[in-house]
Ligand binder design. Structure first.
Ligand code: ADP
Length: 576
């Protein structure tokens, strides 16, 4: 900014003229659109913007690294159905934020990354400006849409467009570029105010066609082995009641994807989660609700799936249909409207899952649960502590706190937590998601605490935690009720690999995470037995303050790449 509004007033003859500037317009536009929180990292040229936002009643959460702020904005979008806002500085800060922006887009979470940028007339001629970068061009390929505001009078339009694009249709990340000169541009206040508007109905309903519904109902009615797959799109859609009613009235078994856990409680009698492979292999008609047939579902291919299965897909994105398998009955619309319409058009008793199918899944489930029980039992008292020893202790405490939000990332820490810790409330599990990305942990945990006001427990592999560990300081600084459990087996995958050189093995790590938390003013615990894990977690939840429990796990416990080892290249040096 070359002059403040007051200086401009002075220059115009002393009387305070009615003026505003780009920064005020950004804040006013965000407030008008009911933005309550901004996640960001300050610096040139957006520090005053953060200050003004805070002074105007928007909560500003200041992070240590932009990718964590962007992940937080994405999680806020998932939890609220409104675009989460991330604020970054130019070039390097902007680039850091892109990981979160791209990850949000991949996961279909609505967010907007607003970034300051350098002077256009210098950047475009590559004259070497401070933090010079053509940010708009870079961002474009990494998000749902990228826009630039080139005049202060277009700030309201830019923000409305970004919010609308992020939340409507298939949600995703939007980049909004605002050069420093536009943030500092002074314009007539009245003109500025008139240039702002509130987006009406950011994500309008999309009602499915009657013929498309009947096609789907007919397929389900004729199925011998029907299956419902619930994905995180179903969790996002907040159609909990209709989904539950459809599942229960049809009697169809269902499999929840990891972030859809809790949409129906995991102990629901129709859950086929513990008979997943049999369910996929044998289902003849599959209803996908907010779940893509991507790598997480083996692309719908045999041998994991029945090659003759017919797919019905409920999704807001028409071009998701046929992306992997022929979709026999596409149901394009928002999940709430589609599930309501399915319930309305299905005649009583028309869809009923055959009992032989339900029993077959039930039997497989019981056998798998018994097998798992043996593994769990063996881990209970094992010393040094195993992942499953610590996780059972955590599970028992969390059973007393169903409202706790659970954030989870890692390799083994992710796989084993997902299978050990049941969820009973919708949208309470946030994890590595579609990319299986590491580094979302603290950003997601902070957003969950800020957006919901509820306690959050983050279960982190030690490697995964390292990506966002510095944000433990943010948790302590804002005194958020986040308890982090680091399942610390001293390594990526495991910590016992011998090194062929004088340096540590590539997978080896070493840290006392409890001391890190203490350094920031939170409570740090170290636990070496499941009993200690349970006691410390119970205490931390009762206190409701920032805490970290470093759970010391046997370095020999852990599988290379968790349960996705098959994705590693099978070269000459393949480990397994
Ligand atoms: P998972 O990883 O849990 O299987 P995905 O992220 O693959 O879930 O799938 C989520 C799907 O949900 C996406 O294809 C997205 O377009 C869709 N989706 C998101 N929100 C809605 C909504 N409100 N209505 C319909 N579909 C939605």
């Amino acid at each position: 900014m070359t002059e403040t509004v007051a200086e401009a007033a002075e220059a115009e003859g002393g009387d305070m003229p009615a003026l505003t500037d780009g920064i005020h317009l950004v804040v006013d536009a965000l407030k008008l659109n009911r933005v309550e929180t901004i996640y960001g990292v300050v610096g040139i040229p957006i520090t005053d913007l953060a200050r003004l936002a805070q002074a105007s009643g928007i909560r500003y959460i200041g992070f240590r690294h932009e990718s964590d702020a962007a992940h937080a904005a994405a999680a806020a979008g998932f939890l609220t159905q409104r675009a989460g806002i991330c604020l970054t500085v130019s070039a390097p800060g902007f680039l850091n934020g892109l990981v979160g922006l791209a990850n949000a887009t991949t996961n279909c979470f609505p967010m907007v990354q607003i970034s300051g940028s350098s002077e256009r007339h210098i950047v475009d001629l590559q004259r070497g400006d401070y933090e010079e970068m053509d940010q708009l061009a870079v961002a474009r390929q990494l998000c749902k849409a990228a826009y630039r505001v080139s005049r202060a009078e277009d700030i309201g339009r830019g923000i409305a467009r970004a919010i609308r694009t992020a939340a409507s249709g298939r949600p995703g990340g939007v980049y909004l570029d605002i050069p420093a000169a536009v943030l500092g541009e002074i314009i007539d206040k009245d003109k500025g105010e008139k240039s702002l508007w509130e987006v009406v109905d950011p994500a309008p309903k999309q009602i499915p066609d009657a013929a498309a519904l009947d096609r789907a109902i007919e397929l389900l009615a004729g199925a011998q082995r029907p299956l419902i797959v619930l994905g995180k799109g179903a969790a996002y859609a907040r159609a909990d009641h209709a989904i539950r009613q459809f599942v229960e009235s049809s009697g169809i078994p269902y499999v929840p994807m990891s972030m859809a856990k809790g949409l129906l409680p995991d102990d629901h009698p129709q859950s086929a989660a513990t008979a997943r492979s049999l369910a996929l292999k044998q289902a003849d008609v599959v209803l996908l609700v907010g779940a893509r047939l991507n790598w997480l579902l083996a692309h719908g291919d045999a041998p994991q799936w029945n090659p003759d299965a017919k797919f019905i897909q409920v999704d807001i994105a028409a071009n998701e249909m046929d992306s992997n398998q022929p979709i026999a009955a596409p149901l394009v619309g928002d999940i709430g409207s589609v599930m309501d319409a399915l319930l309305e058009r299905t005649k009583p008793g028309q869809i009923a899952a055959p009992s032989a199918w339900r029993e077959a899944l039930g039997e497989r489930s019981a056998a798998n649960v018994a097998k798992m029980a043996k593994r769990l039992d063996a881990a209970k008292t094992a010393q040094p502590m195993k992942f499953l020893g610590a996780l059972q202790a955590i599970r028992d405490v969390l059973a007393e706190h169903p409202d706790v939000y659970l954030v989870n990332e890692g390799a083994n820490a992710l796989d084993l937590t997902r299978n050990t810790i049941p969820m009973s409330v919708p949208r309470h599990r946030l994890d590595s998601g579609t990319w299986g990305v590491m580094g979302i942990g603290m950003g997601y945990a902070i957003a969950a605490a800020v957006e919901t006001g509820q306690p959050v427990v983050a279960i982190e592999g030690d490697s995964a935690f390292g990506f966002s560990a510095m944000e433990a300081e943010v948790i302590a600084r804002y005194d958020l009720p986040v308890i982090t459990l680091v399942l610390n087996n001293s390594g990526v995958y495991r910590g016992d690999e011998a090194s062929p050189s004088g340096d540590p093995a590539p997978t080896y790590l070493r840290a006392r995470h409890d001391i890190l938390m203490q350094a920031f003013g939170g409570t740090g615990y170290q636990a070496t037995t499941p009993d200690q894990v349970g006691e410390m977690l119970r205490k931390a939840l009762a206190e409701g303050r920032p805490a970290l429990i470093d759970c010391i796990i046997d370095p020999a416990d852990g599988t290379e790449s968790g349960n996705i080892q098959h994705l590693n290249p099978k070269g000459l040096n393949a480990k397994q």
